[in-house]
Design a protein around this ligand. Sequence first.
Ligand code: HEM
Length: 157
Amino acid sequence: MAVVIFAVRVVPAALRTDWMAGAGRHVAAAAVFVLVAMAIFLYVVYKFISDPAIAADPTSIGGVLVASDHSAFIGVITNLVFGLLLTLTADRADRWPWATQVGFWGTNLGLVAFIVGLVAESSTLKMVGAPVMGVSLLVGLAVLAMRLQDSELAAEA
Ligand code: HEM
């Protein structure tokens, strides 16, 4: 019920965000991934109810379980943290103007490819999605580190 209320009250506003720039798109992506993570989780619950034998050996849904994990860890939590830190450091100029695009699109499109690869058990999609997501996360972290380095506090220290 809570996710339905969230989907009705929050997601429409999130979808109207500016997807081409700014910190808000990370928070909006987190809102969308709340639904993705919940949908995958409900599928896992359905699989456990419809086939109790899975409890003894969940290998057959291993990929779905890992997809559920990463949609929550990266899709929701990491996007929220990036959105928060980009907002708190918005007064600093980026040394690499292109990097926030990589940090957002590379991370989220890489994650989508990785999640689809895990659910569909496609090694190709996993081998493309995971490194794209990983390298893009590192670029995003570098942007945040440089912004924090450029803060007055760092200059006063
Ligand atoms: C909050 C961060 C993360 C957590 C807590 C996490 C946790 C996990 C867990 C629990 C597994 C399953 C391990 C197993 O089955 O033995 C896993 C698998 C995996 N994770 Fe993550 N992960 C995180 C972030 C990432 C990131 C950033 C990447 C790549 C850039 C990544 C790539 C993978 C890959 C490639 C697998 C193996 C998938 C497969 O079964 O083929 N993870 N992770």
